[in-house]
Design a protein around this ligand. Sequence first.
Ligand code: CTP
Length: 401
Amino acid sequence: MLSGKNVLLGITGGIAAYKTTFLVRLLIKAGANVKVILTESASSFVSPLTLATLSKNPVLSSFIKEEVNSIDWNNHVELGLWADLMLIAPATANTLSKMANGTCDNLLLASYLSAKCPVFFAPAMDLDMYKHPSTKTSFEKLQSFGNVMIPATSGELASGLHGEGRMAEPEDILKFITTHLSEGLPLSGKKVLITAGPTYEAIDPVRFIGNHSSGMMGYELAKSAADLGAKVFLISGPSSLVMEHDNVKLIRVVSAAEMYEKAHAFYDEVDIAIAAAAVADYRPKTVADQKIKKSSDDLSLELIKNKDILLSLGEKKTKQFLVGFALETENEVENAKGKLKRKNLDAIILNSLNDKGAGFGKGTNKITFIDKNSSIKTFELKTKAAVAADILSEIIYRINA
Ligand code: CTP
């Protein structure tokens, strides 16, 4: 949600300012570009050098750039335009009152007045200040401007008193912002199940039957759905890929049987399910307890069929928009349509082995999207991230139709 976003963090003078070092780290970890404006009194609570190091940007405090003895200055209008999001944390009663009344006596306030982006503020103050009608008026006024308040929490305060006024914890501030930003996105409030990667079917304690699927297509779908506001359950077979997205719950499995079990555990609650996994069709009938020794010249393994996860999801389908993949070598569209019907799908994504650049281990894919009404759309060869975005926009179009 915050990846690539420009975040202007305004820090004002309260003891909670020391926590902003963690806040900056979390914002950077979430992929945001961070610039910090520190008011003069805030610099008594937290070191500009620490914030500059963590944010990888100079910390701004005054209109004049101190290291330059010429007319160089920090342009609040540029800062306001640069920001995709402004966050004032901690926001003291003093600064909130100034923001509410249009006072403009420091760089932070001038930048606030220049910002066109969403503004969030996280108040921090003593309990009686927090409750004061004057402070409440500031909250109300700022909210009436469209600014978003991240409420303070209750607990022990710097004064030693106990009550409301503690700045929300940095993790909670980040969660609050991402949740807020995801509202209004096309998949906000929706849950999506995605299977990805290969499955490994054990032969003995050290060997398995597997395939070359990297899981990349499924992981890109998960990331893309999460970026569009969905809560995603990603059920992944063995894969070296990592998934770090607040909206994605990664469930790692090894075998087709485990993937089947996990897919069904989450299926009832989801709105969309996409089977992108390269599930092994067969598994060894028996799994040896000990490593199989090379005692004879030949070895036969008896295989039995795995349950078809997608087929079983199709049979159980109620509200879900169910999507499968098909990899075909001949009569591609007809075979894919047959699979769509047999597995009771709403759409199927056809990969053709005849398409160069498509398939396992590649960063690109070329797909044809076929829906249950036989509407067919063929896309160009694209990165798997772009393919994921195409697939999701086709799905979103249909669930909203
Ligand atoms: N699939 C599944 N569980 C299986 C096998 C496949 O969920 N045990 C899903 C895949 O994730 C994919 C779709 O079914 O979305 C297509 O699988 P594929 O193996 O290509 O098709 P099959 O129906 O098994 O037919 P065939 O292998 O004969 O082409």
